[in-house]
Design a protein around this ligand. Structure first.
Ligand SMILES: Nc1ncnc2c1ncn2[C@@H]1O[C@H](COP(=O)(O)OP(=O)(O)OP(=O)(O)O)[C@@H](O)[C@H]1O
Ligand SMILES: [Mg+2]
Length: 273
């Protein structure tokens, strides 16, 4: 069994996934960091993703904006290889989502996925080592990240003894420790104070300037404004995609929030289910 077939097997992909695997072996480097076409994900009778199509270009910051339950986290989990689409095509950095792609992907989950009994520093080093970093390199990088997120002095504290915001920051640092080429950030700044929130966005911009592609979900419209493009998600689909300025101009509104309502209204008026 070759590596690509193992990935496909691991991700338990259907026929569509296998096709992606083959074409991308030939395709190599591409302009698109993420390609999703007609992605459906059902949970029983619920269609959490209902034919979502979206592309994320290499080097951009793309924001996913939409109400609770719109399918944002489901989509991000699909990209991370944790959920298999029921139908449709997904590729991430030119590969089917799965362990091979994961080396280049940093995923910050909406609820923290950390080792509660391990100290903060060890959590970061663990994730760095998991993705192939040497111990020294992982420790150095962990130190830099802990400084960035203001957790210097907490290195030895077990995660279970952190405040909610500190836990969130540790979670974020763990997603970035192996210097991924693509960061999937699911509401990265929830529960984080305004000063740190601003600093984190500055860091996202720096990472992005250095070549990291970022997909970020947010309910904070100021954050959406900082994205190169925003995809408005509703009922498991992308209802509009564009730069913040384009979306507001197309909807003739002053905020992305208002633009969302306009696009949503048009969509339901046009008879989409
Ligand atoms: N594992 C699951 N089992 C059953 N239903 C699920 C599961 N995960 C998500 N759902 C459902 O799928 C829908 C989309 O959920 P999802 O978490 O993707 O929304 P979201 O856009 O991230 O919302 P929020 O802004 O609140 O984070 C919801 O109705 C949710 O209840
Ligand atoms: Mg979510």
């Amino acid at each position: 069994m070759g590596p690509m077939r193992r990935v496909v097997a691991f991700a338990r992909y259907g026929p569509a996934g296998r096709r992606i695997g083959r074409s991308l072996r030939v395709g190599g480097e591409r302009e698109l960091a993420i390609e999703a076409e007609g992605v459906v994900r059902t949970f029983g009778h619920l269609r959490a993703l209902d034919g979502l199509s979206l592309t994320v270009r290499r080097g951009e910051i793309l924001g996913l904006v939409g109400p609770n339950g719109a399918g944002k986290t489901t989509f991000v989990r699909t990209l991370a290889g944790l959920l298999r689409p029921t139908a449709g095509r997904v590729s991430v950095l030119g590969r089917a989502p799965g362990p091979r792609a994961a080396v280049d992907v940093g995923y910050m989950t909406q609820s923290a996925a950390l080792y509660e009994d391990l100290p903060v520093l060890d959590n970061l080093v663990f994730f760095g080592r998991l993705f192939g970093m040497g111990r020294g390199e992982a420790r150095a990088r962990a130190g830099d990240l802990l400084a960035l997120v203001d957790l210097k002095g907490k290195e030895r504290v077990p995660v279970r003894a952190l405040s909610g915001g500190m836990r969130q920051l540790t979670n974020l640092a763990c997603a970035m420790v192996h210097r991924p080429r693509l960061l999937l950030l699911d509401e990265p700044t929830v529960g984080i104070d305004p000063v740190l929130r601003r600093r984190l966005w500055e860091h996202f911009a720096e990472l992005n300037a250095a070549g990291t592609t970022i997909l970020v979900t947010t309910h904070v419209m100021e954050e959406a404004e900082r994205c190169h493009r925003v995809a408005l998600i509703g009922a498991g689909r992308a209802i509009a995609v564009g730069t913040p300025a384009e979306l507001k101009a197309a909807a003739d509104t002053r905020s992305i929030e208002e633009a969302y309502l306009v696009f949503w209204g048009r969509r339901t008026r046009d008879g989409a289910s």
